[in-house]
Design a protein around this ligand. Structure first.
Ligand SMILES: *Cc1c(COP(=O)(O)O)cnc(C)c1O
Length: 401
């Protein structure tokens, strides 16, 4: 088995770990894909914001930078992690609400088509939003995959998508990285298949943004959204981001018309007219405090480079797979063995795992449980060491009382 001390010693990104805040009673944090650790810089930024901006600038702050923070942070995220040129990414709402806005806008842009395509094992919020929109618009949902399929490492392949999309499909909703299996989808390939039938695609990047490089412009992506509190370390309930390709911006209309996504909002005029560009995705007042911490992580991703982060993520998840093979030969690896098809977490399934997780949590080892029987080992590359992974997996193999 590889030696975690050697792997840490030769890790060029090891020093970045000290930039994150950690509590001594958490010895192995393996759930950075649910909620990233805070950066020390974010603690300072939040303090500074309250003293120097909120308390002292008060209402004047809106004119001094708060109002266009959603686009400014969006542009930085686009540049550092999404392969998106300026003017296409905005921070707002939650992933759920942005999914609703994007899918509704996409459906309305394909009038006469009556189906929305999504996978059976897609994240719940994505399925619920799609089912809700289908009911609202008198459409139907076409599912990829069987309803009661066992947990598997397989995700949405070209064949699986091609079998379901057709010229009655308005929109396809897909995840870049599956929340359960970590299967890494072929974004440009699947997008092309949907486009060939005339459908639009909404990509959910919640489990890839910040750890897996994306090239949204080059891949021909229409629309995307993703989470701000996972690998973007924005903190609990941090807002999400949305990407709308420039080519689509003039022709799409999102359904929640609010004053701060309108043209010249302070003229308070009759009748909604959307602001130009990506700003029209905004509805109400931007959640400024919620956007503070993610700025530090986006800056760090920019500093380190998304390719270097991906490289360490692959090394860490490969090490997890090696440990799983050694320590859990009787569990099912429900994540692709091929690193090129894997995001930044590893899921293993065994019938008795539901009992295991609370026991290791009590020891300060924090993986995640996903029904029916999966332990999910999430790897946030810049805040996780190889030694932490080794310690965590040994604790899971021999859990305390
Ligand atoms: C985490 C996650 C979300 C989160 O949605 P919120 O509304 O921001 O809570 C959505 N989709 C996927 C695939 C996720 O993994």
């Amino acid at each position: 088995m590889s030696d975690s001390a050697e792997l840490d010693a030769s890790d060029p990104l090891a020093a970045y770990r000290s930039r994150f805040l950690r509590a001594p009673d958490v010895v192995a944090y393996l759930d950075g894909n649910s909620l990233g650790r805070p950066l020390a810089a974010s603690r300072d930024r939040v303090h500074r914001f309250i003293d120097d901006e909120w308390a002292s600038r008060l209402i004047r702050g809106w004119d001094e930078g708060w109002l266009d923070l959603p686009e400014r942070i969006g542009d930085h995220l686009g540049r550092a992690a999404l392969g998106a040129a300026a003017g296409q990414v905005v921070i707002a709402d939650s992933t759920t609400v942005l999914l609703y806005k994007l899918v509704r806008a996409a459906v309305d842009a394909r009038p006469g088509r009556s189906r929305i395509v999504i996978a059976r094992d897609e994240f719940p919020t994505d399925r619920y939003v799609v089912e809700g929109i289908a009911a609202e618009r008198g459409m139907s949902v076409s599912w990829i995959g069987a309803e009661d399929a066992a947990p598997s490492a397989e995700g949405v392949t070209a064949e699986a998508l091609a079998a379901v999309v057709d010229d009655d499909t308005a929109v396809v909703v897909l995840s870049h990285v599956s929340y359960r299996s970590a299967y890494l989808a072929d974004v440009p390939g699947l997008t092309r298949i949907a486009h060939d039938t005339g459908a639009l695609v909404v990509w959910d990047l919640s489990h890839s943004v910040g750890v897996v490089p994306a090239e949204l412009d080059a891949w021909g992506v229409d629309l995307a959204t993703g989470c701000g509190y996972k690998y973007l370390n924005g903190g609990p309930g941090a807002p999400a981001f949305a990407y709308v390709a420039t080519a689509l911006q003039g022709s799409l209309s999102q359904p929640i018309h609010g004053w701060l996504g309108a043209e010249s909002p302070f003229e308070m005029r009759q009748g909604y007219r959307p602001a130009g560009g990506i700003r029209s995705l905004v509805s109400g007042t931007p959640p400024i405090i919620g956007m503070l911490a993610m700025q530090d992580m986006i800056a760090l991703i920019d500093e380190v480079g998304i390719e270097a982060i991906r490289h360490k993520s692959v090394a860490l998840t490969s090490y997890v797979v090696e440990l799983v093979d050694e320590l859990f030969p009787d569990a099912t690896l429900s994540t692709p063995r091929d690193a090129a098809r894997r995001g930044s977490h590893v899921t293993i399934d065994r019938e008795d795992f539901a009992d295991l997780v609370p026991r290791v949590w009590a020891q300060g080892v924090i993986p995640d449980f996903r029904r029916p029987s999966g332990v999910r080992i999430g790897i946030s590359p810049l805040s996780t060491s190889f030694a932490e992974v080794e310690l965590g997996l040994w604790a899971m193999r021999y859990p305390g009382a």
